[in-house]
Design a protein around this ligand. Structure first.
Ligand code: ADP
Ligand code: MG
Length: 363
């Protein structure tokens, strides 16, 4: 029965072919760090084509075992440790920048465990996006803020770093963040410098208040002059917080609960976007409220990039991240993917996997 189902398996179809442009979910696997290799850490993830497989190994020897279970997930595209920033840019952020340049709204979410490469990947994308944007635009404005629990702070207001930002509903029911500093950039270098300053504002606080960056969402918005067209980049709070509800102090638990609710709200908004019916329930969290424009326009584009660690010690968090990303994408693990379960990692890696594109994806 098992073998028969395996033989009958269908050719791959893109998970979100019906909505080629509205919601796209990608995954990037980072390399093992030198210090991880020195600590006998090993790589349990295989990225190929549109799939990523996580092996459930306790020891390095398990990688060759036929009896080790593993889990496969499929996304719009998966970038392995050898993928360059340029490749990631071309598939993920480049279409979003084009969307911006056509006066539309596009949003990029970086989602993953702390230390999996969210900020690193975003840096590479921003650098290329800045070059791309200024080929066409003379100036853009940047705003940046951070959401930690229920508190928002401006990342560009260096004189009032701790001031809490307020929000207001406008007549149309949209939520606006009040008193945000905005900086005008007139070159790619300047835009990048502002972005770096904003990231640093976050990092400084992080060392003061114990790792805030893993507990907060950072939102960067690049706006075309005289236009509502916006490119939003969201460096999400560490996805490991989702499970982190047993330990730690009350403050930490409260933050974790808040992050949980924002991720849940995100999933619901993604779902509404995919089905293109009904209003996205963006009122359910502060993050989705302030991003309501990202979800409410018919022409909005959403791209999520999940980052995962390949290290065996992070297996649980990697699987948690990939499951959450599948929910954002609206797919379940398929039978076909579960069929992979009886192959050792070396076999999975050997398999050739030509990248095939559907017409919708080429567009
Ligand atoms: P996060 O923002 O998810 O907590 P970071 O982006 O800070 O994680 O990444 C943690 C470390 O790993 C950084 O030193 C970063 O430079 C490095 N890193 C992450 N992804 C990659 C990658 N794809 N290639 C090389 N180094 C990476
Ligand atoms: Mg980070």
């Amino acid at each position: 029965d098992y073998v028969q189902r395996w033989r009958q398996r269908q050719p791959e179809t893109p998970p979100n072919e019906a909505e080629p442009c509205r919601v796209r979910v990608y995954v990037r696997k980072r390399p093992l760090f030198g210090y991880e290799q020195e600590a006998e850490e090993f790589d349990v993830a295989t990225a190929k084509g549109r799939k990523i497989v996580i092996h459930n190994c306790l020891t390095k020897a398990d990688l060759r075992s036929l009896f080790i279970s593993h889990m496969g997930f499929q996304f719009a595209e998966v970038f392995g440790e050898a993928a360059s920033d340029e490749e990631v840019y071309q598939s993920t952020a480049c279409p979003a920048v084009q969307h911006l340049l056509q006066n539309k709204v596009a949003t990029l979410f970086m989602f993953g465990q702390t230390g999996s490469g969210k900020t690193h990947t975003m840096g590479g994308l921003v650098q290329r996006a800045a070059q791309h944007i200024f080929q066409q635009e003379p100036t853009v404005t940047l705003t940046a803020f951070e959401i930690a629990g229920k508190v928002m702070r401006d990342l560009l207001d260096h004189t009032h770093k701790e001031k809490e930002l307020k929000i207001r509903e406008d007549k149309g029911g949209n939520t606006q963040v009040l008193g945000l500093h905005s900086l005008e950039a007139s070159s790619p270098e300047q835009l990048q410098r502002f972005m770096t300053e904003a990231q640093n504002g976050r990092a400084t606080r992080a060392t003061q208040v114990n790792e805030t960056s893993s507990r907060s969402h950072a939102v960067f918005q690049i706006r075309k002059a005289d236009s509502t067209a916006t490119l939003t980049l969201v460096d999400c709070a560490g996805s490991e917080r989702r499970e982190d509800t047993t330990n730690h102090d009350a403050r930490s638990r409260k933050d974790a609960a808040e992050i949980n609710s924002s991720i849940h709200a995100l999933k619901e908004c993604f779902r509404a976007m995919r089905s293109a019916k009904g209003q996205p329930p963006y009122r359910e969290s502060l993050l989705t409220r302030v991003l309501s424009d990202s979800f409410s326009s018919d022409e909005a584009m959403i791209v999520a990039i999940g980052t995962v660690s390949p290290a065996a010690k992070d297996t649980e968090h990697s699987i948690g991240t990939l499951r959450a990303l599948q929910q954002l994408q609206g797919t379940q693990m398929t039978l076909e993917e579960r069929e992979d379960v009886l192959k050792p990692k070396v076999e999975v890696e050997k398999e050739s996997h030509p990248k095939t594109w559907s017409e919708a994806e080429v567009r």
